[in-house]
Design a protein around this ligand. Sequence first.
Ligand code: PRX
Length: 656
Amino acid sequence: MADTIDNLLHETRRFPPSEEFAANAVAKADLYERARADRLGFWAEQARELLHWSTPFTTTLDWSNPPFAKWFADGELNVAYNCLDRHVLAGNGDRVALYWEGEPGDSRAITYAELTSEVKKAANLLTALGVGEGDRVAIYLPMIPEAIISMLAVARIGAVHSVVFGGFSAESLRARIDDANAKLVITADGGWRKGKVSPLKPAVDEALALDHGDGPADSVEHVLVVKRGDNDIDWVDGRDLWWHEEIAQVSDEHEAKPFGAEHPLFILYTSGTTGKPKGILHTSGGYLTQAAFTHKNVFDLKPETDVYWSTADVGWITGHTYVVYGPLANGATEVIYEGTPDHPEPGRWWDIVEKYQVSLFYAAPTAIRGFMKQGRQIPLARDLSSLRLLGSVGEPINPEAWIWYRDIIGGGRTPIVDTWWQTETGAIMISALPGVTTLKPGSAQVPLPGISIDVVTDAGEPVGPDEGGLLVVTEPWPSMARGIWGDPERFKETYWDRFKERGYYFAGDGARKDKDGEIWLLGRVDDVMNVSGHRLSTAEIESALVAHPLTAEAAVVGASDETTGQAVVAFVIIKDSQKSAAAAEDVASELRNHVAAQIGPIARPRQVYVVNELPKTRSGKIMRRLLRDVAEGREIGDTTTLADTTVMQVIATAVH
Ligand code: PRX
């Protein structure tokens, strides 16, 4: 980390907006002044301007029961109506909402009128299947239009979606289904990835049948299956239904009923510092306001002419806010792509940019660094001149990657917005405003208008210039999480107890404020890892490892990785009784595969080291800091608080 801070302190390149960009920019500098003068008035104005309210709200923020905020609470709206019907009614029904590109090269262009009609049918289908207001629907789909149609249909009828990333295992899916008591699962037979069909329905079958002594999943009444991969699948009569057969039988007329602004919209599970993922709850009016506001201003959206592409999967928060709700609320035209960036060849993303003349592009630094490695000739062989703005999300972008992104992908012209936010914040919180802010490579820069953020010491005092500290949000914001599903106490403990007296939200990130007061993110300060922009918990992987019969104890750390930001490195102790069994097999690959099967391939450790001891303090706490030193090949830090100070030498020798 020290290295990183030093490098960042020496980054002095600056990129002011071009005159032309600034003159035509959507965002104007006066947004900051307006928000500073009257923060709540500013958000109320955005909510009225950007959304259609069936019942106008009269109160903006109710913060009488912190940390559970209510925004625009007496207003009513329908989220799907805001993303669909109103654009059609405004005469934009023929505008393309989605350009969908399948990995094998098949494609569909879906207009706002068509998408509205598809969502109405799906809403009728959900109702016919007995899904009602407040019921939970699990969505486990590839990046196909039905993913977006399903989410909007659930929102339209006032049900609550829980999208589970298709890369998660049956075990992870089941845990999420049970936690939310989902009534329906929407899945596909399979989706295309890396040139072949990756099955999904079998994981749903397995998830629902799992029995850890508590019986199979009993909340799920139906499994609705989209035909995409054409792979063979098993079928449970009565439970399983084909999407295309059912949807053919319902009407495309459906009136969107308004719901209260605080009506739950979705639950999205994210990893925390314990083994159990947290179901982050978001509601309707405040979430959609900030989603629309940020999408419009941070991406400089001109809905009549831009083609926007966020490469995120709908299984992550970026896919919710910046693939579904933000862009569609703003009437944007967007690209969605089913497959991997490198299929059938490494330039696939850039082919898509060229094909659809993408103008606004949003991706993760890991992907950018991956392209850097493959070489500039690949993007340079495509016509990327349609691009006019680039975004980055999910992890810090190092200045080298930032400059490469701008020069090679953006032709040296495009602004780059480095956007900091989280599943819990619901929408972007820190970012430059294109056309207004002078850009600094490597820094997320400034809180958005209406957002109050600081970097503070352990005692909650603001840090001085160029000092590091903890990132906090000091005032409530419209798209903030409304809680953890079924566990309000955990919501308080995790995010609000650290700076309780001050009422700050603690983000779990370390940051530094530079001399201009701008913010540089320095990574997580808790036991959460960030691998390729995906959040993983050390505790969750450790508990998967100790669930294996060979393992007695396990400690997991995130070690720096050139491409993925961090990589999972595990240290395990084998049970004495299993030592002879372990000697006979490749323990590392067995355990790596076990984690992938338990949680999902994204959690597969890069390395598993078998050791005889773990470094522990006298009170028995594992000192991950020391394991991180070993995993990153550094000199081992201060070991004086270890119960047995020789342990680290033994571990280091075993590893190298
Ligand atoms: O550590 C921060 C990092 O990603 C975490 C949030 O992860 P998740 O909820 O999965 O959402 C990812 C997409 C918004 C944060 O706590 N993070 C996100 N964006 C940035 C970032 N770190 C540095 N710079 C960013 N722009």
